[in-house]
Design a protein around this ligand. Structure first.
Ligand SMILES: Cc1cc2nc3c(=O)[nH]c(=O)nc-3n(C[C@H](O)[C@H](O)[C@H](O)COP(=O)(O)OP(=O)(O)OC[C@H]3O[C@@H](n4cnc5c(N)ncnc54)[C@H](O)[C@@H]3O)c2cc1C
Length: 314
């Protein structure tokens, strides 16, 4: 099977993208894995994807100045150039939109937010705010699937490949919008929230002070998340909100601090591998899904946890 992996505008390979390349190699079973990047392919990017056994990199010669329509046309050109029957990509807003647009045009199935994908293309995903885990199997010859971060372990190929780089042209597309300005994201030393292997999230119980949550996150090399109560109160940026109307995370470890565990919060974190909850109310809903629970005041529990981590590192 020939598989195309759309890595969006990625110039450097992230951990979740490495996971998707690993999945593609496992499923290809002798077929070619091609990668589409929507920006010109740098040598470092090409050799990084080569470590995952990618056979071909498809890329435009220059970055597009327009939004949306160009990207979907580029994806269509890549699907044809790769003779792909399965197209995989990360569960980002951009890739999900391009997959949706092209799947309609090509009469193909599209499945978003997969957490597992079997050889027979049976996809596992969670739906309805995480209340159900479903399995679905597409019935079309061409299939688009987005995969959630931290769904599997990334593993490099036994021997690295030297991908062939092929220039792509997105012809016949009209711009859907024009970029008139952009500003870079503030730089943070912490990992991205949706990518992080550890997330420490705080809620209303923090009473406005995220410093203990931030310290614990830094000791664990993790990202900082929050409940909607905390973001609505303006204690932390809305981009940190985890849940039904925030981001969905699936880290190896999710530490929930001063969060009650309402269904809308659970929808964004309940597929985490290990959940640790700190809450002073022993009847808090979060303990229903926690693997480990600490009943206590976070202002007493967190400093001890931070001290112990520091002591073990020393
Ligand atoms: C349509 C809709 C969408 C929503 N989307 C989201 C979403 O995406 N994400 C989200 O999080 N919520 C969402 N919500 C809101 C959700 O229903 C809850 O109101 C919210 O998650 C509550 O946040 P919280 O747990 O921080 O606050 P609370 O429910 O007030 O809980 C605070 C917790 O902190 C504990 N606590 C207090 N002090 C301490 C202390 N000193 N030490 C230890 N524990 C302490 C308390 O015992 C309590 O359990 C949504 C709601 C709706 C209606």
């Amino acid at each position: 099977m020939n598989i195309l992996v759309d890595l969006g505008s990625s110039a450097e390979l992230t951990s979740s993208e490495s996971e998707i390349l690993t999945l593609a190699r496992q499923l290809a079973d002798g077929g070619v894995v091609s990668v589409l990047t929507h920006v010109p392919a740098e040598d470092g990017f090409v050799s990084a994807v080569g470590e995952y056994g990618v056979g071909r990199v498809l890329a435009p010669e220059k970055a597009a100045e327009d939004l949306s329509a160009t990207d979907t046309a580029l994806l269509e050109a890549a699907v044809d150039a790769a003779s792909a029957t399965l197209v995989l990509g990360p569960s980002t807003a951009d890739v999900t939109e391009w997959f949706g647009r092209l799947s309609v045009r090509r009469g193909a199935a599209v499945i978003t937010d997969a957490v597992a994908l079997a050889e027979d293309q049976t996809v596992t995903k969670s739906v309805l705010a995480g209340s159900y885990t479903t399995t679905v199997r597409p019935q079309t010859d061409l299939v688009f699937i987005t995969v959630k971060p931290n769904s599997l372990d990334a593993e490099k190929a036994e021997s690295a490949s030297t991908p062939q780089v092929q220039a792509l042209e997105a012809s016949g597309s009209r711009p859907a919008a024009r970029i008139t300005g952009s500003s870079p994201k503030p730089v943070s030393n912490r990992p991205g929230l949706t990518e992080a292997r550890v997330v420490v999230a705080g809620g209303r119980g923090l009473d406005g002070d995220f410093s203990l949550v931030e310290q614990l996150a830094d000791e664990l090399g993790g990202a900082v998340g929050a409940s909607r109560a905390a973001t609505d109160a303006g204690w932390i940026d809305h981009s940190a909100q985890v849940g039904q109307t925030g981001v969905t995370v699936s880290p190896q470890l999710y530490v929930s601090v001063g969060i009650s565990g309402a269904i809308q919060q659970r929808a964004g974190m309940q597929t985490s591998k290990v959940i640790v909850a700190v809450n002073k109310d022993e009847d808090a809903q979060v303990f229903e899904i926690a693997d480990f629970g600490v009943v206590g005041d976070l202002n007493t529990v967190l400093p001890q946890a931070i001290e112990e981590l520091k002591r073990r590192k020393a």
